[in-house]
Design a protein around this ligand. Structure first.
Ligand SMILES: CC(C)(COP(=O)(O)OP(=O)(O)OC[C@H]1O[C@@H](n2cnc3c(N)ncnc32)[C@H](O)[C@@H]1OP(=O)(O)O)[C@@H](O)C(=O)NCCC(=O)NCCS
Length: 155
């Protein structure tokens, strides 16, 4: 079941993001701070965190508006628990994110990822969900690790 994240989900969201390899253990504080900000006011500013908890918390997605752009959104995080990956859960969650935005008249959804081999499957996932590689910033994350921006028009 896809639903809005609640404060009690924070620990599980952080654990899921780290377990899925989205963030290293040393970056867990970043996710903790993001969730604290979410429940501390960002949700009222339009940020939205969705979880799929059909069988325990098995997926999470977080989106936020791009400042100073007309109805453009950033998919800040999407992760599916290992063991549940490759079964359509990520696709269904991303579709849910898109449908909410589309229903609200929003225009674009962007997602940042990496150009390195460990993210080959993530890039294939976005392409399969209808996203096109729109931009690349060489050596952005680190030397030899490009930022790859995928884009999907919602209208
Ligand atoms: C990327 C991710 C969100 C996709 O969710 P998912 O539920 O595994 O993907 P779906 O089952 O809906 O879609 C499957 C497609 O995604 C791709 N894919 C990406 N990662 C995959 C994985 N670990 N296992 C299986 N398929 C994966 C494949 O192309 C697959 O297509 P195929 O079945 O035709 O081979 C999920 O695998 C994940 O959390 N990965 C680790 C964290 C991550 O990389 N997040 C994105 C960072 S930018």
């Amino acid at each position: 079941m896809i639903r809005s994240a609640e404060p009690a989900d924070t620990g599980a969201v952080v654990e899921l993001a780290v377990t899925a390899g989205l963030f290293g253990p040393e970056e867990a504080l970043f996710v903790t701070a993001m969730m604290a900000g979410y429940f501390g006011g960002a949700a009222e500013e339009g940020h939205r965190c969705l979880v799929d908890d059909a069988d325990g918390l098995r997926a999470v997605a977080y989106r936020q508006p791009k400042p100073a752009a007309d109805r453009v959104w950033d998919l800040t995080m999407i992760a599916v628990r290992p063991g549940h990956q490759g079964r359509g859960i990520g696709t269904a969650l991303l579709r849910h994110v898109e449908e909410e935005l589309r229903g609200d008249g929003q225009r674009l959804l962007l997602v940042d990822t990496s150009g390195t081999p460990p993210y080959d499957r993530a890039r294939t996932f976005y392409a399969g969900c209808g996203y096109a590689e729109e931009a690349r910033v060489r050596d952005y994350w680190a030397d030899g690790d490009d930022l790859v921006v995928f884009r999907k028009a919602l209208t």
